[in-house]
Design a protein around this ligand. Structure first.
Ligand SMILES: [Fe+2]
Ligand SMILES: [Fe+2]
Length: 166
């Protein structure tokens, strides 16, 4: 299958989710120095390629991957930072179930994507692949965007100090 056909297929699989008003709100949520919407799309794309290559249940896996971080910062205010790592997947699953049809395999993919930080084990091959895809994408984003964002904040901070003193 050509790259163009795969792009069309990927878009057709996720289209209703990315157009959903609630999911669109992830564009305003900061995650690893970019939006959570963008992060979710990357994980979905990597999951799509990996599960399709391995001839797995790639359509459902791709949709679950897109929804794996479907949570909002305001819902997480009740948690400490370490609890956010361990519990955000349950908020994501709750939101996913409220807005879309989620089967048991997809639910397992979403709620175990933080393994081994969460204590529940991935039960399906697709779950293992998605947790791996999330870690690869997150590592890349933390390195590429969060470092740049931190540096940008420091530059603004130093610029303010210099201009205040003048
Ligand atoms: Fe996550
Ligand atoms: Fe993630």
């Amino acid at each position: 299958m050509s790259f163009l056909k795969e792009t069309y297929e990927f878009d057709a699989i996720i289209n209703d989710i990315t157009n959903h008003a609630r999911f669109q709100e992830l564009k305003m949520e900061l995650h690893h120095g970019i939006s959570r919407y963008e992060h979710s799309l990357r994980v979905a794309k990597m999951t799509y390629y990996m599960t399709k290559f391995l001839q797995l249940d790639y359509e459902r896996a791709t949709r679950a991957a897109l929804l794996h971080d479907f949570f909002f910062n305001e819902d997480m205010e009740k948690y400490t930072t370490s609890e956010v790592f361990r519990y955000h997947q349950y908020e994501a699953l709750k939101n996913a179930q409220e807005c879309f049809d989620i089967d048991s395999k997809q639910a397992n993919m979403i709620e175990t994507h933080m393994f081994p930080v969460c204590h529940k084990m991935p039960k399906y091959v697709e779950s293992w692949i998605m947790t791996l895809a999330d870690k690869i994408v997150a590592t890349h984003e933390m390195y590429r965007y969060k470092a740049a964002l931190t540096m940008g904040i420091w530059i603004i901070f130093l610029f303010n100090i210099i201009t205040i003193q003048k």
